[in-house]
Write a protein that binds this ligand. Structure first.
Ligand code: TSB
Ligand code: ZN
Length: 588
């Protein structure tokens, strides 16, 4: 999808279109006061105070109509520079503008304004020459947005729109947008009853429904098995810790704003944990380790709580209660490269299994000019960063470097993906850490009998089950591969009166073989039942008529296909069992 903000010409056009929209809103709602109207990746928006009026999407066509009318009028957009005093005089009765003006840099002596006909707005510009150039636009939606993004402030109305050079581009974009909305995991999550939210539980606290829970369980089993084979040891630890635990780890000082507030129980002060590293450090420290024991890999499917701004919370993708597919790997410095390579290989392996192709590796490094910001051990940093690069080169992995983006405690590698709607997010992560083992005074005994400090690799392959599931829903558009589908087979007797018993027999046979099958012998028309199976995206629909019953066969139709194939019932069990065992992907 095109990034409008980054396209120089479209950026200007969209900005001008935001002004045109504001002008139209002012005509229709004279009480309107305007806050900011920036260009974004998807077009533009304007935050508006309409007093007591709350807009809905149904109000947008009237605003669009007024915009078209104004655009036809063809007024020129004229720039003017005025002094701060003049600006304050001109916009003195508008608290939003006064706020903007007073926050401008001291050395900004003049302020630019843009006027088109009867509408003037403060703005840096640039703009198109005349509103006449704004022909192909569309207002997309309206939503509430707190002034300055702060929930203590007044709720303003945010109208989103987009503007293009011609009709074709606009149509193509709207079509893409529609497709993205169709793929949005929040929409599919609701349709397929994968998860829900409830205000009584709280924002960003999803409840996994049976269908979603089934998918998650498959993911857990899948990655657990892989990790076990790779020598991980899985643990269970509580999702709270004392404030002292997080003071020891440093999170209390450096991560507090992302944490839920402290709660007191008797004399102990607890926090809901935002990360699991401290617990795993304690497990490592529970016994003595020799250099021969390393690497030690402690894994956990661990629930964490993080404060995410209410505006940032999004479906399963950005939650406040999440479950990480976490592990902490304790290694000797000489093992960093090898262990890191194993983690990256595991990421690649998993992405291959899920058919994920569209992702970027980002290697976050220290800014050598700004060493203050980082854990102080030059040699360690240089060696580690070189090693990470070397591993990525060895594996033939393409990546980009983000200098200055490393954590205080070490460099890291993240995998970035693009959701259907909204900015990129991180799925997998692997972070090197020189510091935490020191804070917890962790050691191992080297070959000379001396105490040494291990290095830790924090890694999450799925990231969290929440975010990974959100991504998977969007990747597959809800048509999951058979091994992950909550319902794998729908058995439909053509006429339940005549083939209902055969349907039941087949359904039982499949269930006995561990296949998630459901019988639809409702007294509904065949077409209706077939259509319903289709919209639920179940991979296999079995259609059983007289012929099938007589021959003891099965006719099946794959999701998204029209043809049916007839096989013996034994053959069908065999083919679907193989497919599930191999975790085969569906054709796209
Ligand atoms: C990997 N201590 C490390 C861990 O050992 C850690 O917590 N890293 S993290 O902060 O990067 O989080 C791990 C992963 O959780 C991220 O890569 C991301 O995929 C996922 N994640 C982070 N925040 C959220 C959130 N609010 N909702 C859903 N998933 C999230
Ligand atoms: Zn960690």
């Amino acid at each position: 999808m095109i990034n409008i903000k980054e396209d120089e010409k479209l950026n200007v056009k969209n900005h001008s279109c935001a002004h045109l929209m504001a002008q139209a809103v002012k005509h229709l709602y004279p009480q309107a006061k305007f806050w900011v109207g920036p260009v974004i990746e998807e077009g533009f928006y304007y935050d508006i105070d309409l007093g007591d009026v709350t807009l809905t999407d149904e109000d947008l066509p009237a605003i669009e109509k007024e915009m078209k009318h104004l655009a036809k009028d063809g007024k020129r957009i004229v720039r003017e520079e005025i002094s701060k005093e003049e600006a304050l005089k001109k916009f003195g009765d508008d608290p939003y503008k006064v706020d903007l003006i007073s926050r401008m840099d001291e050395d900004e002596v003049t302020i630019s304004c843009y006027t088109q006909g009867d509408f003037t707005d403060l703005c840096r510009g640039p703009h198109v020459e005349s509103v006449k150039e704004l022909k192909f636009f569309k207002l997309l939606k309206v939503s509430g947005a707190y002034w300055k993004g702060d929930s203590k402030n007044k709720m303003l109305q945010r109208i989103y729109g987009v503007c293009f050079d011609n009709e074709e581009d606009l149509d193509a974009y709207l079509k893409e947008l529609q497709e993205a909305r169709e793929r949005d995991h929040r929409k599919i999550g609701k349709e397929q009853e994968l998860y829900m939210s409830h205000e009584l539980v709280g924002a960003g606290m999803p409840l996994w429904l049976p269908n979603g829970a089934l998918i998650r369980k498959q993911l857990e089993n899948y990655i657990y098995e892989k990790e076990q084979k790779l020598g991980y040891q899985h643990v269970y630890t509580p999702c709270v810790g004392t404030v002292n635990l997080y003071k020891t780890s440093g999170h209390w000082d450096h991560y507090k704003e992302n944490m839920f507030p402290m709660m007191k129980v008797d004399e102990e002060e607890f926090v809901l944990r935002p990360m699991n590293c401290p617990h795993h450090m304690l497990i490592y420290g529970n016994k003595l380790h020799s250099y021969r024991d390393l690497p030690i890999r402690i894994g956990e499917f661990a629930t964490d709580f993080r404060y995410e701004a209410s505006g940032a919370v999004k479906g399963l993708e950005r939650v406040r209660c999440m479950c990480q597919n976490d592990a902490h790997l304790f290694v000797r410095p000489d093992q960093i490269g090898e262990e890191f390579k194993k983690v990256v290989s595991l990421i690649l392996d998993v992405y291959r299994d899920f058919g994920i192709k569209d992702y970027k590796f980002r290697l976050s490094l220290r800014d050598p000019e700004d060493k203050e910001k980082y854990f102080d051990d030059d040699e360690m940093w240089n060696e580690a960063e070189d090693k990470l690069r070397e591993v990525l080169k060895d594996l033939g992995v393409e990546y980009f470097e983000a200098v200055g983006e490393a954590a205080f405690y070490g460099p890291k590698l993240d995998v970035e993906v693009k959701p259907a709607v909204g900015p990129e997010v991180t799925l997998s992560t692997c972070q090197l850490d020189f510091l935490l083992p020191r804070r917890f005074e962790l050691t191992y005994i080297d070959s000379n009998g001396e105490k040494q400090i291990p290095v830790v690799l924090h890694r999450a392959i799925f990231g969290t089950f929440d975010r990974f599931t959100a991504f998977l829903i969007e990747e597959t558009k809800g048509a999951f591969p058979t091994w992950l589908s909550p319902v794998q087979v729908k058995v439909i007797p053509v006429n339940p009166e005549y083939q209902g018993d055969y349907g039941e027999e087949i359904n039982n046979l499949l269930r006995e073989n561990g296949i998630r099958s459901e019988l639809d012998a409702r007294n509904e028309k065949l077409g209706y039942r077939l259509r319903e199976a289709q919209t639920s995206k179940v991979p296999y629909t079995l259609i059983l008529g007289d012929q099938e019953k007589q021959d003891q066969t099965i006719s099946y139709r794959l999701y998204g296909e029209k043809d049916t194939t007839t096989v013996s019932k034994e053959e069908f069990v065999k083919l679907i069992t193989e497919e599930i065992k191999n975790k085969s992907l569906r054709e796209k």
